[in-house]
Ligand binder design. Structure first.
Ligand code: RIB
Ligand code: CA
Length: 313
């Protein structure tokens, strides 16, 4: 079992990742931490709690994290991509539960100590909370088993500027700090996440195969797909779900080992670049797109559990 914490700014593709992780039999979801990015941090906390409850994980600890980057001034949420509340053009959903009293960084530090050598972190928003945890506990990078980051764009163009991927752009200093921590790091950037695109017919299939979660994902994806179409793509990248998939099925990816740095200012701020002087990390460069797509659909598939009782015989 993979003991997993997702650090997230839900967000349409974050919702896809969380519902996938909650259903995967090899994942033990220990909690989530929230961060600003696609939405404000308060909205991210609310949406993470709502998704946990929707997935049947009422009571899953959600710790609220950073509302702004480490160094840069606060950013407005990416409403043009994920909608006003984070779920496309759907209204806000109010969860029953509340965030735990620890901050995200405190929560991460405690879990990394309690599960030393076992905890896998999957940050799929700006990586500020992980950087704060590293600052809080000098042993943090050693205590975690692995950090699988959705972020960066090594040999492809950015998606928020020509140079930068959105999560990295929103806190370049945080990623640069994490990349120097010596932790076992995998970067799941646009180099691979744009190799698997989902379009309207894919979401329609998902809604049929998964009437509860798939239908919800279809509902929240219309607005998101409109954004992708507006930038000339035929579908949306499977960004955040691919980071979760890389946690449990690394054999579906090809990787390059290299040190990495982040450009911290100027026109190319947020760009991820090779830096041989840095500790090597794994940058995913290729993937088995068909296998990843099938895994995503198969795990979300509600099959017999979604059938009316009479039809189950
Ligand atoms: O660049 C893709 C990333 O930016 C994803 O994590 C998406 O949710 C947005 O935050
Ligand atoms: Ca995200």
């Amino acid at each position: 079992m993979v003991k997993l914490v997702i650090d997230t700014d839900p967000g349409v593709d974050d919702a896809m990742a969380i519902l996938f992780a909650a259903r995967h039999p090899a994942i033990e979801l220990l909690g989530m931490t929230s961060v600003f990015g696609n939405v404000t941090v308060a909205q991210a906390t609310r949406n993470a709690l709502y998704l946990a409850e929707k997935a049947g994980f009422s009571g899953l600890p959600v710790a609220e994290g950073a509302g702004a980057p480490l160094v840069l001034p606060p950013f407005p949420p990416s409403r043009q991509v994920h909608g006003d509340e984070g779920f496309g053009d759907l209204p806000a959903f109010v969860p029953q539960g509340r965030a735990v009293t620890e901050t995200a960084a405190e929560f991460l530090v405690r879990l990394a100590r309690e599960h030393a050598g076992e905890l896998v972190l999957c940050p799929v928003g700006p990586i500020t909370n992980i950087a704060e945890a590293i600052r809080l506990d000098p042993d943090f990078a050693r205590n975690v088993k692995k950090i699988v980051i959705m972020g960066g764009a090594l040999d492809v163009a950015g998606n928020i500027t020509p140079h930068a991927e959105a999560n990295t752009y929103h806190d370049p200093h945080a990623l640069d700090l994490v990349l120097q921590s010596g932790a076992d790091i995998t970067m799941v950037g646009l180099d691979v996440t744009l190799q698997v695109l989902l379009s309207e017919p894919d979401f329609a299939e998902l809604a049929i195969r998964a009437p509860r979660h798939g239908r919800f994902l279809q509902d929240i994806s219309h607005f998101y797909l409109d954004f992708y179409h507006s930038v000339g793509l035929t579908g949306c990248g499977l960004h955040d779900p691919m980071a979760v998939i890389a946690c449990i099925a690394p054999e579906l990816f090809e990787a390059e080992r290299t040190g990495l740095a982040v450009t911290l200012d100027g026109e190319a701020v947020g760009r991820t670049i090779r830096d041989p002087a840095r500790p090597p990390v794994s940058v995913l460069t290729g993937c088995d797109a068909e296998a990843i797509r099938s895994l995503f659909f198969d795990i979300l598939d509600e099959g017999a559990e979604a059938m009316p009782l009479a039809a189950r015989g």
